[in-house]
Design a protein around this ligand. Structure first.
Ligand code: SF4
Ligand code: SF4
Length: 131
């Protein structure tokens, strides 16, 4: 990851339609069995190189539903591989697409202190400066 969808998801389908790399699956195909949409961390690139910000969060109507997760890199192997929140997919040859095997791009300008703590991706609009 990445970003993560929490249980305030209202299964509206908007994010799935907006993801440029098809990283999102619907509630019927969520590999963890939860009744919410699911971001596959082994596919999500945080929209890096395509858009300035995650497009799933930009369109999500449930404010706060999509939050920053840890980078999908080998440093966070344990976070992704030993956690019921995720069900990491396999390659066509059957190899687990773990962070150490298939690291993904992530937004380096998002500090680690904002990741994995429920910090929403969708920011409130900035207040207009007067004068
Ligand atoms: S951050 Fe971008 S790549 Fe990742 S799930 Fe959202 S839309 Fe897809
Ligand atoms: S856009 Fe938000 S509320 Fe709609 S399915 Fe995606 S995460 Fe759930």
């Amino acid at each position: 990851m990445s970003v993560i969808i929490d249980d305030t998801c209202i299964t509206c389908d908007a994010c799935l339609q907006n993801c440029p790399v098809n990283a999102i699956v619907d509630d019927m195909h969520n590999p963890t069995g939860e009744s919410r949409y699911y971001v596959q961390p082994e596919k999500c690139i945080e929209c890096v190189g395509i858009y300035d910000d995650p497009q799933c969060a930009a369109i999500c109507p449930s404010i706060g539903c999509i939050t920053w997760d840890m980078p999908y890199t080998s440093e966070y192997e344990t976070h992704y591989m030993q956690n019921d929140l995720y069900a990491i997919g396999k390659s066509k040859t059957g190899k687990l697409l773990s962070p150490s095997h298939r690291a993904k791009k992530y937004k380096e300008d998002i500090p680690l202190s904002d990741r994995g703590v429920g910090k929403e991706v969708q920011e409130e609009p900035e207040e207009l400066e007067v004068g």
